[in-house]
Design a protein around this ligand. Structure first.
Ligand code: NDP
Length: 394
């Protein structure tokens, strides 16, 4: 059906390319490009069908545009880092090619977590007749689709949403992050924020804590964080009164993080060291275990989903839609643990729906703006089956 250029050969890129390679009827030709070409070549050598690989610095619009012209894709899947989003979106605009990512743009020097930079591309993309799909990972991504599905099938009005992201995986290290440490630590050391009665309420980092009993995982401590999908869901869900995002962290993880923060190791302010400037968080990333190596060691499950309360036919109702993913099973299938798997599979599904013309329309969209049904169907087919359960009302 079409040619795809995948940019980024990290944990998520590895899953996306393996999943795309297994669906040749949709992804007829694949090019995997990244800053370090050897990483692309290593993955390519382990696939059952030939793909192209390339070196690209995706901070440079000109380099990405040149690669697009050379390979001629119908769609670019951006699974590099959030810093590259705008350069890649610009290159897609210049060359008239569709775009998909899994994380909102962030300027390297300010942790921002907002679509303010990417939403303005809607008009130029519409004029150019191309599509940009934003946040086609798990959260953002599947969680947005879960909300759209609930809105379409289970509720007349959605009032309360709690997005719950649990990772009960154990990699055996005292401290490591499951995906890019820099992005992960920036996210959780930022202030918490949730939306209630038409406004954002800010909290100190990790100040709100509860315990939730997750299906197939059991009770876990969950902490309130700000997460980017709330920004678009607030705009697109009817009648919403409150939306919050919660993530599990173990006490051991938080103790390490506290120490690292207290000594300044999570700072993104450059410091002078032996005559050169270094960013402490980037140095920390260099000495922590590479998330790509955690796969074979990680045991346990993830459970990510949405608890949604609202009104159907005049009656209050509360449901939980979620997916459970097993780290070891993911590794057995694609040589990545569940955190990369749960991001890479939805990126592949979003790309598939665009290439097949099912989700294809000009403009820039968040996931909940598109028909959730075909996406939900493919989650079941491609390794992320979901379940729903009705919860008692308090
Ligand atoms: P990794 O750090 O494992 O991989 C990032 C890849 O991008 C690496 O191959 C890296 O190259 C490459 N890269 C970095 N900078 C450039 C550049 N300037 N030009 C070309 N390539 C570059 O990250 P992940 O795979 O874990 O994450 C990928 C994306 O997925 C991130 O944006 C992350 O925020 C997002 N994500 C989204 C989730 C969701 O649910 N929505 C969940 C988890 C992640 P090199 O190897 O040379 O460093």
């Amino acid at each position: 059906m079409g040619k795809v250029l995948i940019i980024g050969a990290g944990g998520v890129g590895n899953v996306v390319v393996r999943k795309c390679a297994r669906t040749p009827e949709t992804f007829t030709d694949i090019c995997l490009a990244s800053r370090t070409r050897e990483k692309c070549d290593r993955i390519a050598a382990d696939l059952d069908r030939p793909i192209e690989t390339a070196q690209v610095d995706a901070d440079s619009k000109a380099e990405v545009a040149e690669l697009i012209r050379r390979f001629g894709p119908d769609l670019v899947i951006n699974v590099a880092l959030p810093y590259q989003d705008l350069a890649i979106m610009d290159a897609c605009l210049e060359t008239g090619v569709d775009y998909l990512d899994t994380a909102s743009y962030e300027p390297p020097d300010v942790p921002a977590f907002t679509y303010d930079w990417q939403w303005p591309y809607d008009e130029p993309y519409r004029k150019a007749g191309i599509m940009g799909l934003l946040g086609s990972g798990f959260d953002p991504g599947v969680t947005n689709v879960f909300c759209a599905y609930a809105q379409k099938h289970f509720f007349d009005e959605i009032h309360y949403v709690d997005i719950l992201d649990a990772n009960a995986g154990d990699h055996g290290y005292p401290f490591a992050t499951n995906f890019n440490p820099e992005i992960n630590i920036r996210e959780i050391s930022a202030k918490g924020r949730y939306w209630e009665n038409g406004q954002w309420v800010e909290t100190e980092p990790l100040a709100l804590k509860e315990t939730y009993d997750f299906p197939e995982i059991g009770p876990k401590d969950i902490y309130l964080l700000y997460h980017e999908e709330m920004e678009s869901l607030v705009k697109h869900l009817k009648g919403l009164k409150r939306i919050r995002f919660w993530m599990t962290f173990s006490e051991k993880y938080l103790t390490h993080l506290n120490v690292l923060q207290n000594v300044g190791m999570t700072s993104i302010e450059p410091v002078e060291f032996e005559g050169r400037k270094i960013v402490p968080l980037q140095f920390l990333k260099a000495i922590l275990p590479d998330p790509g190596t955690l796969g074979p060691r990680t045991k346990g499950k993830t459970n990510i989903g949405c608890v949604i309360e609202g009104i159907k036919d005049g009656r209050r109702k509360k449901i939980h839609i979620y997916n459970v993913c097993d780290h070891q099973e993911c590794y057995g299938e694609v040589k990545s643990q569940a955190v990369s798997y749960t991001t890479g599979v939805p990126a592949m599904i979003g790309a598939m729906l665009m290439l097949e013309g099912i989700w294809k329309k000009p403009g820039v969209f968040n996931m909940e703006q598109l028909d959730p049904d075909p996406f939900m169907e493919r989650l079941n087919q491609h390794g992320l089956p979901w379940k729903t359960r009705e919860l008692p009302l308090e």
